[in-house]
Design a protein. Structure first.
Ligand code: MN
Length: 289
């Protein structure tokens, strides 16, 4: 007899087994081989699923419950470890398939480079796409030690593909002088803070299709130590949730989102996947109408 997996921790809590009728699809991208400092985010998706079992189904912020929403958890993509280029191809093809099926992709990372092929697929489907990027790091390098396929380059690639003025960055507090100069000139750039500038910027996005990518290291290391490139001086989980709810209550049309860079091995308390799983719940309830 089949055992219901909804509360097993093997899937994100309350995931439906019905792909066809699910609006959103959760998928893991267990890739961490281009990181500049500490690896380990390949284990992020599994730990976010395990931590999700501790969540309530109901969101008092949004007065909505995940039992009233149908989403499917596809598990983790099978990636060829060590081969970044082929891994990105596999991610891109998978997300293109989700978009063809009319789904909202909900990605679990993995290092931030996994977002690059997702953005390529999203932009192909939505030519008027805007990106909301919430992160401690600008991720605007052209290469890292000569390597363009690095977790420090995805937003630069996106800016070159779709124009920096279609990208909104929040919470950035780390990067090279060149990245900050590039951001100030080319991007809608809101460094250090997240919730207040988010509320300021959202009206200018109107009802555009938006992809939201959150690097967990935007949080202060005291709130999320389990990440490869922890950066002091970050925001609280309360401020991050406030920003997510501002997006949810705005008129933008969120067409996909992800949470990346959860590296559980650096966090024996598992606080980092715990906060990431609540973010996913709130984004499912706030963004998937
Ligand atoms: Mn980062």
């Amino acid at each position: 007899m089949k055992i219901d997996q909804a509360y097993s921790g093997n899937v994100f809590i309350c995931s439906s087994e019905d792909y066809e009728n699910s609006k959103a699809v959760i998928y893991g991208m267990p890739m961490d081989y281009t990181v500049s400092f500490r690896p380990g985010s390949r284990f992020g998706p599994a730990h976010i699923r395990q931590a999700s079992v501790g969540l309530e189904e109901y969101s008092p912020y949004l007065d909505r419950s995940i039992v009233d929403l149908k989403y499917f958890d596809a598990g983790d993509l099978l990636l060829p470890f060590g081969n970044a280029s082929r891994s990105l191809d596999i991610i891109r093809e998978y997300v293109e398939g989700l978009l063809t099926d009319g789904k909202i992709p909900v990605g679990l990372g993995g290092e931030h480079l996994v977002t690059w092929p997702v953005l390529e697929a999203m932009y192909k489907k939505y030519p008027d796409l805007a990106i909301i990027h919430i992160d401690a790091h600008a991720d605007l390098r052209e290469h890292y030690e000569g390597e363009p396929l690095s977790h420090s380059t995805p937003i630069r690639k996106a800016a070159e593909l779709m124009g920096g003025k279609n990208i909104y960055q929040f919470g950035i507090r780390s990067g090279s002088r060149e990245e900050f100069a590039y951001a100030r000139e080319n991007i809608n750039f809101y460094p250090f803070e997240v919730a207040a500038p988010m509320k300021e910027a959202l009206p200018s996005m109107g009802s555009r299709p938006v992809y939201v990518t959150i690097d967990i290291d935007v949080l202060d290391p005291s709130a999320a130590p389990g990440t490869g490139t922890a950066e002091a001086g970050g925001i609280t989980s309360k401020e991050l949730l406030e920003a997510v709810h501002a997006i949810a209550r705005s008129s933008v049309n969120v067409v996909g989102f992800d949470v990346v860079e959860v590296a559980p091995i650096y966090d024996p308390t598992q606080q980092t996947p715990i906060v990431a799983s609540k973010l996913i719940r709130e984004m499912l309830l706030g963004f998937v109408k």
